[in-house]
Design a protein around this ligand. Sequence first.
Ligand SMILES: Cc1cc2nc3c(=O)[nH]c(=O)nc-3n(C[C@H](O)[C@H](O)[C@H](O)COP(=O)(O)OP(=O)(O)OC[C@H]3O[C@@H](n4cnc5c(N)ncnc54)[C@H](O)[C@@H]3O)c2cc1C
Length: 390
Amino acid sequence: MAGSADFDLYRPAEEHDMLRESVRSLAEAKILPFAAAVDEESRFPQEALDALVASDLHAVHVPETYGGAGADALATVIVIEEVARVCASSSLIPAVNKLGSLPVILSGSEELKAKYLGPLAKGDAMFSYALSEPDAGSDAAGMKTRAVRDGDFWVLNGVKRWITNAGVSEYYTVMAVTDPEKRSKGISAFVVEKGDEGVSFGAPEKKLGIKGSPTREVYLDNVRIPADRMIGAEGTGFATAMKTLDHTRITIAAQALGIAQGALDYAKGYVQERKQFGKPIGDFQGVQFMLADMAMKIEAARQLTYSAAAKSERVSAGGDKEDLTFFGAAAKCFASDVAMEVTTDAVQLLGGYGYTRDYPVERMMRDAKITQIYEGTNQVQRIVMARNLP
Ligand SMILES: Cc1cc2nc3c(=O)[nH]c(=O)nc-3n(C[C@H](O)[C@H](O)[C@H](O)COP(=O)(O)OP(=O)(O)OC[C@H]3O[C@@H](n4cnc5c(N)ncnc54)[C@H](O)[C@@H]3O)c2cc1C
């Protein structure tokens, strides 16, 4: 897979098209058959993890230097999009592996990169991202988790909330306050391991959607870790956390895009089969106009998402004139709003059947909702965009 930044801004190169075809066939064969059960039973999609690891698609963003596939940002988006098209919960495996490990890639020491990215690339460990807390969501800088220096160690205490894949992941990027006087400039980032003494997890949250992706609290009770587990310099953790989100909001846009495409594809097939008034409902112009609007919105979201991915790639290659903060927020906000509209319309097109769990579109509608909430709500994305107008 390419690591090059000079691909066309709006149209994926041929290698990206080939990647899409191979991820789509893997997702349809190995992930789709379990998607309904994973949702129904609120269980981790182990089949998806196994299939993704076997094809080296579980953490494609890891650079080749550390044993990864070295996929560029657009290739990563395509993997997430195609997995989300059949199962949104499963798409959080490649997405959150990127979210959790990007702080290390962006700001970590060579030692941290060598130690933690190798097992991630091999599929021996997953990575989570622990920023949010019970009382610090949109205002993440208001966090209370504390890290106190003790000789060659840091001692962490606090509660992180809503942590995706918590309990399954081996590694956690944890943001904690090292200097309470300095607010966001007094926050540092650390790698915490699941096996570190004092780390434990809350019960899985009972959610509306993405039920296959465990969301749990992470408790840090006097967790004593070596000082070299700090990611970057003391006080830079919040900046690293925000820089990470500039890149990874694009992966949430990809997830939203995939969910929306899955819903459109299903509805497109259904309207040709379902007959009312003596003909397929797809023959009615009122239905055709809905499908046209759905496809139009998805394509607009795709263009914005791919364009943002191209910017992410160029920023990673050293570019500094890309308005990535605006584009990351815009892609996530726009694509997630589109996913909510399109999945709602897909349920509508299936009529009463769409409202039942016998068909996948109601799951897609429930799954779409989270994309408007996490990695910053869409109100927060609008604040971010307004502060970073291109
Ligand atoms: C399933 C799930 C998985 C998650 N995964 C992770 C994860 O892996 N790691 C992690 O760190 N976090 C994770 N999160 C946390 C997520 O990012 C937060 O839930 C989100 O940022 C919102 O924070 P909050 O829930 O505290 O809502 P609040 O901040 O309390 O917001 C409540 C409402 O107020 C609005 N609001 C708040 N401030 C403003 C403002 N200034 N202007 C306008 N409106 C505003 C919000 O938009 C929202 O509508 C996850 C959440 C969920 C539900």
